[in-house]
Design a protein around this ligand. Structure first.
Ligand code: NAD
Ligand code: TDX
Length: 363
């Protein structure tokens, strides 16, 4: 019999563990000091940052249970030996920014679709080894997906069995990745679980995304480019709640099942921006109304009954989470300033220069 606090999977491969949500998962897991050993596989793209794991790497007990491998999930030669040594794979690795997928979709297909395929094939090899008695059990694979696969939801809430209607290259690639994962459960009997998390925010969030972009620009009194009317609605989930829910599904989720991870904190973009400006003590006049994102999803909202029935509950209220996030960015300039340089400047120009030149007051 396992004890209630004893992890079901002791050796984890966490792909994309140097990114925003993956690094939170790794930090929080190691901080439990339950003996879990983690191998992080991360390509360290523009979005990956080893500094995100510094709190774990600077703690000798945690560092001894963490191994960091720089590599690509779409490279079978890198992936196979790592999957051979673990009990479960948690795949956070992805190209994750919708605007970049609109500028340049190809990397999204490579990582978010082909990368998932490579991980699944490695798990299938291990399944064959388990069947041959060469290892105890096949690894479990948790595919981290997103609420964006449902497409824009004007009213009501998406439930897990609803039709997928992705509308951006990013969400289409994520949908393809999770459907492939599910097909490996159906066809090969692989132990696969899938999560669909909602818009996540918190410390270590890459400054390309709405909340950290607006916080860091506002700190520097720079303009804040609000797309369209700013009345798009998102359900904001604190990063530690998202990472915790993924861990819960990893332990308790039923094989072949999909679990929504909503936050129940739905807000219009304008409300979010007003709240963070208030916390920073900065004026609304920084906000500029700019040309909209093409194909912009108006709203995401998910039903969380299935995850609640599995015994998971989020803990962070939105107002507290946003205040903690604003304060974290205020006190961690040494983390985000280097990210907003180099490659960032080209991206920022491509994404925003013409938009800001044609912008108007947001009122
Ligand atoms: P992120 O962009 O901050 O991090 C992605 C990480 O993956 C980076 O460390 C990057 O270096 C790594 N990576 C990219 N391509 C790779 C490759 N080919 N091989 C190995 N590593 C690679 O993303 P995030 O916001 O932390 O999102 C993590 C996961 O959660 C993604 O799968 C994303 O689709 C999903 N998700 C994100 C949100 C959100 O609001 N951020 C919400 C729901 C789901
Ligand atoms: O400059 C901006 N101006 C603006 O108005 C940016 C970057 C965003 N926005 C709007 C677009 C969205 O309505 O803010 C909202 C949030 O935008 P993002 O932070 O880019 O997130 P979103 O597109 O909703 O996607 C996020 O949630 C789901 C993550 O980036 C995805 O990885 C995740 O799957």
């Amino acid at each position: 019999m396992t004890q209630p606090d004893e992890p079901r999977f002791r050796r984890l491969l966490v792909t994309g563990g140097a990114g925003f949500i993956g690094s939170c998962f790794v930090r929080d897991r190691l901080a439990r000091r339950d003996g879990t050993q983690i191998v992080v596989l991360d390509k360290l793209t523009y979005a990956g940052n080893r500094a995100n794991l510094a709190p774990a790497e600077s703690d000798p007990e945690e560092a001894a249970r963490l191994r960091f491998v720089v590599g690509d999930i779409a490279d079978p030669q890198v992936v196979a030996p790592l999957v051979a040594d673990v009990d479960a794979v948690v795949n956070f690795a992805a190209e994750s920014h919708v605007d970049r997928s609109i500028l340049e979709p190809v990397d999204f297909l490579r990582t978010d679709v082909m990368g998932v395929h490579v991980l699944l094939e490695a798990c299938r090899t291990e399944q064959a080894r388990a069947r041959a008695g060469e290892r105890a059990a096949a690894p479990r694979m948790l595919q981290v997906s997103t609420d964006e696969v449902y497409g824009s939801v004007e009213t009501g809430e998406s439930a897990e069995q609803d039709r997928l209607e992705p509308r951006s290259p990013y969400s289409a690639a994520k949908a393809a990745g999770e459907l492939l994962a599910r097909s490996y459960f159906v066809t090969y009997g692989l132990d696969v679980v899938i999560t669909r998390g909602s818009n996540t925010y918190g410390p270590y969030h890459h400054p390309e995304k709405l909340i950290p972009l607006f916080i860091t620009n506002a700190i520097d009194d720079q303009q804040l480019p609000l797309y369209g009317d700013g009345m798009q609605r998102r359900d904001w989930l604190y990063v530690a709640d998202h990472a915790g829910a993924i861990g819960h599904v990893l332990e308790h989720g039923e094989s072949g099942e999909v679990y929504n991870i909503p936050a129940a904190n739905e807000r219009a973009n304008r409300e979010v921006v007003a709240a963070l400006l208030e916390r920073l003590g900065k004026p609304w006049s920084l906000v500029r109304r700019v040309a909209d994102r093409p194909g912009h999803d108006r709203r995401y909202a998910m039903d969380g009954a299935k995850l609640a029935a599995l015994g998971w509950k989020n803990t962070m209220p939105f107002e507290d989470g946003l205040a903690a996030t604003v304060d974290w960015f205020r006190t961690n300039e040494a983390w985000w300033r280097p990210i907003k340089s180099g490659e960032w400047e080209d991206y920022y120009r491509r994404q925003y220069a013409a938009r800001l030149a044609d912008s108007r007051d947001a009122e």
